[in-house]
Design a protein around this ligand. Structure first.
Ligand code: SIN
Ligand code: FE
Length: 337
């Protein structure tokens, strides 16, 4: 068995998890000093890492009250959604001067800059049927001194040793997520390595490897939902997205003090467990290390190549509507045996 702590009593059960039409395998859980942690990271496989103390000061202190007292006076990015889903979109890829021929697009969520007090009060007073809220704020020096001190006391020694060992690039950002129970970040991939550190409450992460590209149906690269799956996991359209049924994913539920490694280009869907209270997470995004070209190429390198081909074709055609037809013509009926 992969686990060192599966035997511990879990405070959640399947009734706290959303239901989907797929079954998932389990992400392994290893203690930080187990050599299998580095084997997973080396082979771009997700792993739950126990006992790192990566965000210990936060696990010990951070809750809604503490955040209210200590985040400071700066504004925070808060998303509002009419459903439980918060599907990210790229404002820069919306119709506009920079994208005159882009796709028509209505954002599924709205963004508001809020004082921490207003955010926490709205979250506490929230009633069923109202818009849901999700704060996703970069941790910058604008936060109050206590949070700065907690941040300084994170286990930088451990995380920097991983960065060095696996030859990752620089740390680009730490995002702080404060969520209501039941919120969902739909399936997408990021172009960076991610240590996802749970501080408060429980999150479930469903992951699919980069080689499942054909099962996940990502929006086109020029679309505001670039890197997001077009499949709605709540009610997948099996006619439009027939291969989604074949997607093989793994899942992880992480609680306070646990760190999930989300490898670069891995698809991930994240949900705050239902009826388990609010959640707080801090993630650590690292640039990929220098590209090592070794054949056969890694699956995520092939995704990167596909992205570049799409970008190049758009750049020369200058009309997103022409990209699909051209790429189809390149392959149609030509590469069968
Ligand atoms: C989330 O925690 O809701 C999303 C995290 C991520 O996409 O990296
Ligand atoms: Fe992500």
């Amino acid at each position: 068995m992969a686990s060192t702590s599966n035997e511990e009593k879990k405070p959640w059960d399947s009734s706290n998890l959303r239901k989907y039409c797929l079954n998932f395998g389990e992400v392994p859980r290893f203690h930080f000093d187990d050599p299998r942690v580095d084997e997973c990271i080396r082979s771009n496989k997700p792993v739950i890492i126990l006992g790192t103390n990566l965000v210990k000061p936060a696990v010990e202190k951070w809750n809604l009250g503490y955040m209210e007292q200590n985040m400071g006076a700066a504004l925070n990015t808060v998303y509002f959604s009419k459903s439980h889903k918060f599907k990210y979109f790229d404002e820069n890829k919306m119709l506009g001067r920079s994208n005159p021929k882009g796709v028509q697009f209505t954002p599924p969520i709205r963004k508001e800059d809020m004082l921490i007090g207003d955010f926490i009060r709205t979250m506490r007073d929230w009633k069923q049927g109202e818009e849901r809220l999700y704060m996703q704020q970069s941790l910058t020096s604008a936060v109050g001194t206590n949070i700065v001190q907690d941040f300084v006391n994170f286990n930088w020694k451990w995380i920097s040793s991983k960065q060095k060992l696996h030859k990752w690039g620089k740390l680009t950002s730490n995002l702080l997520y404060v969520s209501q129970e039941g919120n969902v970040t739909p399936c997408h991939y990021d172009e960076q390595e991610n240590f996802f550190a749970q501080v408060l409450g429980y999150k479930r992460c469903i992951l699919f490897p980069p080689d499942q590209f054909q099962c996940m149906y990502p929006h086109p690269v020029h679309h505001p939902h670039d890197r997001q799956s077009m499949v709605d996991m709540d009610k997948p359209d099996h006619v439009r997205f027939p291969k989604f049924k074949e997607a093989k994913g793994v899942e992880a539920v992480i609680g306070p003090g646990e760190v999930l490694y989300i490898p670069i280009y891995w698809w991930h869907h994240v949900e705050s467990l239902m009826r388990m209270g609010p959640t707080i997470t801090v993630n650590f995004w690292y640039k990929a290390g220098p590209t090592v070209i070794q054949y056969p190429l890694k699956d995520h390198q092939k995704v990167s190549i596909m992205r570049n081909i799409e970008k190049m074709v758009l750049e020369v055609l200058r009309d997103p509507n022409e990209v699909g037809p051209l790429l189809r013509n390149v392959v149609l009926g030509r590469f069968e045996d």
